[in-house]
Design a protein around this ligand. Structure first.
Ligand SMILES: CO[C@H](O)c1c[n+]2c([nH]1)[C@H](O)[C@@H](O)[C@H](O)[C@H]2CO
Length: 446
């Protein structure tokens, strides 16, 4: 057993998202979002759950920040609900909605916790969806205007900003698979949404530079699944590369760093890319300060001539979480190392990593040993990545609180803090207590 230390000032934190924890979606003048609309449409969410109450964070944020302080968190990643600021997506500002985030940031700073803001974590103002949403080219201006307003209002106290959370999920789960808001099933829309999110991201980055925030850093948060070839065959290797470049960070970082989509995307999926997309690539190519990596699991990819991508996902037969995702810590290392090797970002943050397990309260405690084991194995891989040159500066566990898990409603628990949805009582799980020690020691024994 040896003790491995993380870098000094490593930012250990926890992550959440507005629609998943806040509740009170229409309070104090807030506008409706596509997720309020989607969750209130029968059949979309397991058990008919909605974000109407969630973890009631909109009202209990001081209690939750006290819990963060008790656990010794150094940072807190949270998202702004765009419809609380601009009820109609643009134009009129909702002062009371802005006041909530003002108070939230002040409370975090008072508690000595570094705020890490995500501008968009999927709750698009519903009125913008009525104008086409992310499929409307004008959204680049709407988003940049919203972002600029937030920079002006919170930039004096918040240094760390991420524009978009998981634009791949927004584009493909929301516009091709139809399982997330707005529930569309059109591959051309999915690629148009991919492209417009990139345009919106880079326009917001330019607004950020104009805002001249002292010590400010801006980046983007990307979803990733480690895709390995099922065999050493050339067919499987190609299929895994295509899956990686479409499903993971390259789809967005290739345009941002190199001003073009990845070669395999252009080779296999060019027909779906927006007409004349290349005219926008110079505008999309815009330097960022960090890349946010979300990682949960990995799979094997096998050549499949019937699949549009030429491959299909295959399981390894590893233990799974409650989401059915195989536990593959080695994939965490591969994603982090591959990112650094392929794009050499100035800084990297793990903006989400965690697991859902069947957590139960026993005598007022939650003994979530499987989550501790999951986190420990992923921390070991993160430490190895740092040793091998990855410029990893921080880690945010998903999630601080049990919360609304999108189409699964409240059936899946990811928190290091248990939420009793009947009483809104919070219980720090064993994983939360264990994590506190990791943060306090800034080290891991393995
Ligand atoms: C493959 O998992 C995705 O990267 C992913 C997993 N997760 C996410 N993205 C989202 O960013 C969160 O809002 C989810 O609550 C969280 C847990 O499902």
């Amino acid at each position: 057993m040896s003790t491995k230390y993380f870098p000094k000032d490593f930012l250990w934190g926890a992550a959440t998202a507005s629609y998943q924890i806040e509740g009170s979606p229409l309070a104090d003048g807030a506008g409706s979002s596509i997720w309020h609309r989607f969750s209130h449409t029968p059949g979309n969410i397991l058990n008919g759950d909605t974000g109407d109450v969630a973890a009631d964070h909109y009202r209990r944020y001081k209690e939750d920040i006290a819990l963060m302080k008790e656990m010794g968190l150094k940072g807190y990643r949270f998202s702004i609900a765009w419809p609380r600021i601009y009820p109609y997506g643009k134009g009129k500002i909702n002062v009371k909605g802005m006041d909530f985030y003002d108070r939230l940031v002040d409370e975090l700073l008072e508690a000595g916790i570094t705020p890490f803001i995500t501008l968009y974590h999927w709750d698009l103002p519903a009125t913008l969806q009525d104008l086409g949403g992310w499929a409307n080219r004008d959204i680049a201006c709407w988003f940049a205007d919203y972002a600029d307003y937030m920079f002006q209002r919170l930039g004096d106290r918040v240094e760390n900003w991420s524009t978009l959370n998981e634009p791949w999920v927004v584009a493909f789960v929301g516009h091709l698979f139809g399982e997330h808001a707005p529930g569309m099933k059109d591959i051309y829309s999915a690629f148009l949404v991919t492209h417009n999110q990139l345009r919106a991201h880079s326009k917001a980055v330019r607004a950020f530079r104009e805002a001249n925030i002292a010590n400010g850093k801006i980046g983007i948060t990307l979803s990733n699944t480690s895709h390995d070839p099922a065999t050493d065959s050339m067919e499987d290797k190609i299929a895994a590369k295509v899956a990686h470049e479409w499903n993971n960070y390259p789809l967005f970082l290739h345009p941002i760093y190199y001003g073009d989509y990845p070669d395999t995307v252009k080779e296999f999926l060019k027909e779906y890319l927006p007409k004349n997309y290349y005219k926008d690539m110079e505008e999309i190519k815009e330097e960022i300060d960090f890349v946010g990596i979300n990682y949960y699991s990995g799979d094997l990819v096998k050549f499949d001539p019937d699949s549009p991508l030429g491959g299909k996902s295959v399981k390894r037969g590893l233990p799974k979480t409650e989401m059915g995702w195989e536990i593959y810590p080695e994939g965490f290392y591969k994603i982090l190392k591959g990112l650094q090797d392929e794009y050499n970002p100035k800084e990297v943050y793990v903006t989400e990593n965690g697991a859902a397990f069947d957590d139960k309260v026993e005598n007022g405690e939650v003994h979530d040993h499987k989550r501790i084991d999951y986190l420990k194995k992923h921390f070991e891989m993160a430490h190895k990545a740092i040793e091998d040159g990855v410029k990893l500066k921080g880690y945010f566990v998903w999630s601080l609180l049990d919360n609304f898990e999108w189409a699964f409603g409240y059936s899946k628990r990811f928190g290091i803090v248990y939420v009793d949805y009947n009483t809104q009582k919070r219980i720090i799980k064993d994983s939360g207590k264990w994590y506190s020690q990791i943060i306090k020691n800034n080290s891991l024994d393995f």
